[in-house]
Structures are given as C-alpha cells and as structure tokens.
Design a protein around this ligand. Structure first.
Ligand SMILES: [Zn+2]
Length: 86
C-alpha cells in the first residue's frame, strides 16, 4: 500500500517527523523496535505515553502510529482480562 495523500501537510511542517536528538537515535515508528524509543510524554492517569518517534503507546499496549495507523493491543493484560462482547 502506498501512502495516502496527506491533505493536512503544511508548508512549515515536513512529513519527516524525525525530531529525535538522542544518541543512538530512537527506532523509527515503522520499526519493529518502535516501543524502545524514548518517552517524551507520559500520562499514566490518562493511560498513554508518547514516544520520541511519534508513536502513542497506550497502557493496554495498543498503539497509534504517527501516520494514523492503529496497532491493536498485543500483550495480555493478565488479571482483569476483558473479553469483548460478541
Ligand atoms: Zn529519540
């Protein structure tokens, strides 16, 4: 699949979202290692964290990638397992 044309791109904001100034650089959002990126914002009371590479990481291990792609939770929650209603 190709990138969908981005209608919200502004002239002042480039599509390249790499703002990482860490050494070594954090893994990119499309890397399998993306969760290893540094936290730049952490809001446990709201249940999410923002990683350096632009990935929003939710406490249920779901993710929202910078390109809008949603990654379903992929780790068992353990106690308090919630089953979606059929
Ligand atoms: Zn970084």
């Amino acid at each position: 699949m190709n990138h969908a044309s981005d209608q919200s791109t502004t002239t002042s904001q480039r599509k390249n979202s790499t703002m990482c100034q860490h050494q070594p650089p954090c893994p990119s959002a499309d890397s399998a290692d993306r969760e290893a990126a540094h936290l730049v914002a952490h809001h446990p009371e709201q249940g999410w964290s923002l990683l350096c590479n632009g990935v929003l990481l939710f406490e249920d291990t779901g993710e929202l990638l910078p390109d809008g792609q949603v990654v379903a939770p992929h780790r068992p929650l353990g106690a308090g397992h919630v089953t979606a209603a059929a």
